[in-house]
Design a protein around this ligand. Structure first.
Ligand SMILES: [Zn+2]
Length: 376
């Protein structure tokens, strides 16, 4: 009995083995074919997730024709993918932004072209783009947003200011990005960190507690009084500049340097009592809004002349201060941006790179430099 049954089982077992083997080979072949298909997409930098969707939704041919596209990849990864926008996704530049595909869909629905969407995305944040997509299609996109530093969120203010004043696009963007259309001392941004490129004005202020991190006493030989203080960086630069000035036969002196928040409170009070509100409004920054609190600003005088603007030292500073990292901060040419009248004596340490750039670009204001390069 035993013998017979073992003879019968053997061929049946062999048959099962054969089928099993065949299935394994079949699955393996399918798997290899599937991996090959996926690899044609991953080679074009589509993710595994996107590649799977592309493969199983039947867009492989089309995607291979299109080639690489980070935006298309993101679209296939997104639950908001819309078939009718596939060609748009492929032509819109990818940008690292939340809700990218959702926002692109909305903008396409409003009627913007791919080119216009590229402009909108590159000037906004996820939130500002999403807000922008809620409105009807707007005009003047190209005019304003050919400037890198134009901000999508400011669009309405650009149009309004330009309509009211007739200013050109560049002037308008500068003015609005600096929040100059908003009330002074009220619509402000608190600046917390010390840096040589920090911007303090009537819309960007320092807190009561802000003290420059490298505050140091100015040796009395450089200053009009004994207890003046400033940033160590600014002092080193001043000493270097003063040495050069002395060598050329000029004689500089620091008439005012770091002023604490409380110093400015006292100063404003003093001027208010002596000269009245309108004087303070015109000439004195309110506490927190004075550049002197940064420790990077100096009021510079000539030891030989009481009126600095009439001194030879003033002329020397105009030609040389930038070499040591200083800029004259307030000039009548751009007082609409600084909101201070000309102060020929007020110099600000910004470092040699920025000072050189400003000098080589028609002595632009620090405000302008900030909008173009620093306000990201
Ligand atoms: Zn000053």
């Amino acid at each position: 009995m035993k013998k017979i049954s073992s003879i019968r089982i053997k061929p049946r077992f062999a048959a099962i083995l054969k089928i099993f083997g065949f299935l394994i080979v079949l699955f393996l072949a399918i798997f290899i074919f599937y991996r090959y298909q996926i690899s044609t997409l991953t080679k074009l930098e589509y993710s595994e997730e996107a590649s799977n969707k592309i493969l199983f939704s039947g867009y492989k041919r089309k995607v291979l024709d299109i080639g690489k596209s980070k935006t298309l990849n993101a679209a296939f990864e997104s639950e908001y993918f819309k078939e009718k926008y596939l060609n748009n996704y492929a032509k819109i530049k990818y940008i690292e932004q939340d809700h990218l595909i959702e926002n692109i869909n909305k903008l396409l629905k409003v009627g913007y072209s791919n080119h216009e969407i590229n402009i909108i995305l590159s000037h906004g944040t996820s939130e500002s783009v999403s807000e922008f997509a809620k409105r009807d299609k707007v005009r003047y996109l190209e005019e304003y947003f050919s400037y890198d530093f134009a901000k999508l969120e400011n669009y309405d203010r650009y149009i309004q200011y330009s309509d009211e004043t007739g200013e050109d696009e560049l002037e308008t963007i500068l003015y609005i990005n600096l929040n100059l259309d908003k009330p002074d001392y009220e619509y402000t941004e608190l600046v917390k960190d010390f840096s040589i490129d920090m911007l303090i004005n009537k819309h960007r202020n320092l807190g009561e507690d802000f003290v420059p991190e490298d505050l140091t006493t100015i040796p009395s030989e450089y200053a009009a009084e004994n207890d003046f203080e400033c940033s160590r960086l600014a002092l080193n630069a001043f000493i270097e500049m003063n040495n050069a000035a002395t060598k050329d036969g000029y004689s500089l002196i620091i008439n005012s340097a770091y002023r604490s928040y409380q110093d400015q409170v006292d100063l404003v009070e003093l001027y208010r009592r002596s000269y009245g509100d309108s004087y303070v409004e015109k000439y004195v920054a309110l506490p927190g809004f004075s550049e002197h609190q940064t420790g990077l600003a100096f009021d510079i005088g000539s030891r030989r002349s009481n009126i600095f603007a009439n001194s030879k030292e003033y002329i020397w500073m105009k030609d040389n201060a930038y070499k040591y990292g200083f800029v004259m901060r307030y000039d009548e040419r751009y007082q609409d941006l600084t909101e201070f009248r000309k102060e020929p004596w007020h110099y600000r340490y910004v470092g040699k790179d920025i000072a050189k750039y400003i000098y080589e670009h028609n002595n632009m204001s620090l405000e302008e430099y900030f909008v173009i390069f620093l306000d990201k």
